[in-house]
Design a protein around this ligand. Structure first.
Ligand SMILES: [Fe+2]
Ligand SMILES: [Fe+2]
Length: 134
């Protein structure tokens, strides 16, 4: 277990915090399956699950921003788009027969670092804005 999620990452909006926790648990699952010799099918399956949860989570956050007229919506949405572009690039790289270990290491670093940074630097501000709206 990596235990990436800590209370310091809470944005104090329950619906968002719950999704972040689930995403981190899938990131940990991806780490375990990709770094401990899981089969390619297994790796791709967990990767797809992670991708789907990220897409849904970003769409939900964007929905809240639109609903409550968040002033930094465009900027925040662009950060989501950049994040997903990298996910789709990795998805393409995973289509080859043998996924290189360096790609898996790159993916793991991107998911954990990328999400930690996004939550602490971007979602945190959205949390402050949304806190009294729910
Ligand atoms: Fe976000
Ligand atoms: Fe988020």
């Amino acid at each position: 277990m990596l235990n990436l999620f800590t209370d310091r990452l809470l944005v104090q909006v329950e619906k968002i915090d719950e999704q972040h926790k689930i995403i981190f648990s899938i990131i940990e699952e991806f780490y375990n399956v990709s770094m401990n010799g899981g089969s390619k099918e297994n790796i791709v399956q967990v990767f797809n699950n992670l991708k789907n949860h990220l897409e849904q989570h970003f769409a939900d956050e964007e929905g809240y921003m639109i609903k409550y007229n968040f002033e930094n919506y465009e900027e925040h949405k662009e950060k989501h788009n950049i994040f997903m572009r990298k996910v789709y690039t990795l998805e393409n790289a995973f289509k080859c027969e043998h996924i290189p270990l360096t790609k898996l290491a790159e993916a793991n670093e991107f998911f954990s670092e990328g999400l930690l940074t996004h939550i602490s630097e971007v979602d945190d501000k959205l949390g402050v804005f949304l806190r009294d709206k729910f």
